[in-house]
Design a binder for this molecule. Structure first.
Ligand code: NDP
Length: 324
């Protein structure tokens, strides 16, 4: 099969499209012929070697994919069935989705929901799946459209774009934080009512004027600290990312004086039942025009160059990789 293969030479990561053989299938494994994959921030860190994502080489990156089953050792999955995969360390510790085929544990697969095209599933991808988890975290914390404005950081990226579109469709007033002037029109089309500059989030005090009922943060560091200081009494911040850094220079003040909740969001190890529910909600919530607005299609061969663009903040929305 053709795959993007990562190897390490003199501590540098080399990425090249090659023909390689898939490992033999074990009990419980399912082989998937992949039609679409995606590029996520984590893939960009892995492919460029800028983040310590991969510890065993050679590795096929790609933390998500959609395709159909071509062989199955798991009675829950039959040949021809359409499936999606996000997370579980695939593309990190286990050969991933930037390839014509993958061999994965049946436990890691989700049946493609009826009515969702495989291409659209990968426009959503890990990023969109995570955005929905963040929205559900806010709902579970009692944040409703009537509570006030919800702010999304890193808004032009994959998670951010999908979060803006989801929140807007669900009736929330959305503020978008971005470091780029070039994406303002895009963010307004997705449903952002207000756009703020990332520069305004450079400095913070322990408590500031209360502005947000909730927040979806993909950035971390000072941006997350400022969101916490500006969150309304009883509000919630769903934190899923570190595009700006993994530090959190905050104080306990928002938590002990304003009852603010900081809810962590992980997409990798979400239990199967919740995964299916998240995909159903994505299918039922995202409007048709989201799929046109938020996706750029590339080939497997283009993936290394586009991965570098990710880390230079040049990517807007979701990047879809056409495989099959
Ligand atoms: P993208 O690269 O598509 O989006 C990240 C966005 O963050 C950029 O578009 C940009 O938005 C903003 N940004 C980039 N660099 C900086 C910087 N130096 N300082 C502040 N903001 C910056 O990535 P994804 O949407 O795929 O992922 C976003 C984050 O979420 C990543 O950190 C990723 O690792 C994390 N993530 C976590 C998951 C989990 O399970 N917890 C799952 C998926 C993603 P703009 O230009 O608008 O400012």
């Amino acid at each position: 099969m053709k795959a993007l293969v990562l190897e390490q030479q003199d501590k540098a990561t080399l990425a090249e499209v090659k023909e390689i053989a898939l490992p033999d299938m074990a009990a419980g494994d399912v082989r998937v012929d992949i039609s679409w994959s995606g590029l996520n921030y984590k893939d960009a860190l892995a492919i460029t070697g800028k983040g310590k994502i991969i510890r065993q080489f050679p590795m096929v990156p790609g933390i998500d994919f959609a395709g159909h089953v071509s062989r199955s050792n798991d009675p829950r999955f039959s040949v021809g069935q359409s499936v999606i995969l996000t997370g579980w360390g695939v593309g990190e510790t286990h050969w991933g989705g930037l390839a014509e085929q993958a061999c994965v544990k049946g436990d890691w697969l989700v049946a493609l929901p009826e009515g969702l095209a495989a291409r659209n599933a990968m426009i959503i991808g890990t990023a969109g799946f995570t955005a929905m988890l963040c929205v559900m975290a806010l709902e579970e914390a009692g944040v409703t459209p009537e509570s006030g404005t919800v702010v999304v950081t890193g808004a032009s990226g994959g998670v951010g774009s999908t979060a803006v579109a989801l929140l807007h469709t669900l009736g929330y007033t959305v503020a978008a934080v971005t470091g780029r002037g070039s994406t303002h029109d895009y963010l307004r089309k997705l449903g952002a009512g207000e756009i703020l500059s990332r520069d305004d989030f450079a400095e913070t005090r322990p408590l500031e004027k209360q502005l947000w009922a909730g927040a979806v943060d993909t950035v971390g560091d000072k941006v997350l600290a400022k969101l916490l200081a500006q969150t309304n009494y009883g509000g919630c911040v769903a934190a899923c990312g570190l595009a700006g850094g993994f530090n959190l220079p905050t104080t306990v003040m928002p938590f002990i004086l304003r009852n603010v909740r900081l809810q962590g969001v992980d997409s990798v190890s979400v239990p199967a039942e919740r995964r299916a529910a998240v995909w159903e909600r994505l299918l039922n919530t995202l409007p048709d025009d989201f799929y046109q607005q938020a996706a750029t299609e590339i080939t497997l061969e283009q993936a290394p160059a586009v991965a570098a663009d990710f880390l230079n903040n040049k990517i807007q929305g979701r990047t879809l990789v056409k495989i099959g």
